[in-house]
Design a protein around this ligand. Structure first.
Ligand SMILES: Nc1nc2c(c(=O)[nH]1)N[C@H]1C(S)=C(S)[C@@H](COP(=O)(O)O)O[C@H]1N2
Ligand SMILES: [Mo]
Length: 328
């Protein structure tokens, strides 16, 4: 985030999912949401409503099946090539195309996630256990990077609360810390001191338990591509993208507010909360509007950024009474 980003070329028209597909999907999801609201979904496998969005035919990654979630946005997903080709994953370099290039060789199996700290039942999860811990859902979320761009990504995963409930946090667990892989043998970006490694992020417990906070294992109908944080990452759609740590190896429950990697690097720029807020500018970037990746062409459409990235109805109550300028 300390480097400039360059504009990408327009996606080829053929790579944009046809409007009709979006429209069909939108109707399906609306129907699912209505049905869920009225209780009509009871007893029906929700996967019957829609299959996950498919990756390109050329992709050889293992496929995942998942039920469509009524928590998905109806906005058109960003093309697969942008979701998997325009990334921030500084362990592999700071250019947007570095992760796609250098994360190819990341070894994602075997993989374990240690869960420890203020919990009654500390334990280690293997990646195959994590895959089966709760029913997989497709959640199409708006994502907003603090650099001023956004995407719409069809994630696959389940609420982090499913994992948290397994380990039973103690009364002292006020925050949760995510530690991501830091292996200099596999990650050329670790030779740079741009951040203190490993990449550490954190949430307050009520944020972590919120149903929108997703433990993601896939996207576009397949297991996570390495550059997107394989094999397991967080997705917190109402916060700037850097709160969503990739390639997680440790989850720690703690009493004190975690010192995150970005806070450590520039405390006046990256607060702990980092909720998307169009009214609070980053020292170097206004946050009032954004550029949707995959849409930028000669028209250079700019979209207004929404409070809590459009998830205010669901999450604003978490911050009732807090000064969001101080707690940025
Ligand atoms: N481990 C790790 N996680 C990370 C980052 C990183 O550099 N390292 N970058 C963050 C930032 S700034 C963003 S915007 C998102 C990007 O996720 P995506 O490439 O899957 O869209 O990942 C976040 N998670
Ligand atoms: Mo970001």
């Amino acid at each position: 985030m300390l480097v400039r980003f360059t504009h990408r070329n327009d996606p080829l028209a053929s790579e944009i999912t046809p409007q009709a597909v979006y429209r069909g999907r939108r109707d399906i999801l609306k129907a699912a949401a209505l049905a869920a609201g009225s209780g009509a979904l009871a007893g029906l496998p929700s996967a019957a409503f829609a299959a996950p969005l498919a990756p390109p035919a050329s992709s050889t990654a293992p496929r995942l099946s998942a039920a469509a979630s009524p928590l998905s946005t109806a906005e058109p997903p960003t093309p697969y090539k942008d979701v998997t080709g325009y990334n921030n994953f500084y362990e592999f370099g700071t250019d947007k195309d570095d992760p796609a290039r250098y994360a190819k060789s990341l070894k994602t199996r075997p993989w374990t996630v240690v869960v420890e700290g203020e919990v009654a039942k500390p334990r280690m999860f293997g990646i195959d256990e994590l895959m089966k811990l709760a029913p997989l859902e497709e959640r199409i979320y708006r994502m907003r990077c603090v650099e001023g761009w956004s995407m719409v990504i069809p994630w696959i995963g389940y609420p982090l609360s499913a994992l948290i409930n397994q380990v039973q946090p103690t009364g002292n667990a006020k925050y949760i810390e995510f530690h991501t892989l830091a292996d200099p043998k596999q990650m050329p970006g670790l030779s740079s001191s741009v951040l203190a490694w490993p990449y550490v992020e954190g949430l307050r417990m009520d944020e972590a338990m919120h149903p929108l906070a997703l433990l993601a294992l896939g996207l576009y109908g397949e297991v996570l591509p390495n550059q997107n944080g394989a094999p397991v990452r967080m997705v917190v759609p109402w916060k700037y993208g850097f709160k969503s740590g990739k390639s997680i190896v440790k989850i720690r429950f703690v009493e004190k507010q975690p010192v995150t990697s970005w806070y450590r690097a520039a405390p006046h720029e990256y607060g702990f909360y980092s909720n998307v807020n169009p009214e609070v500018a980053h020292p170097r970037w206004s946050q009032a509007s954004e550029r949707r990746i995959g849409e930028d062409g000669f028209l250079q459409r700019k979209r207004p950024t929404l409070m809590f990235n459009g998830y205010a109805d669901q999450v604003a109550s978490l911050y009732a009474g807090m000064d969001l300028r101080k707690n940025f």
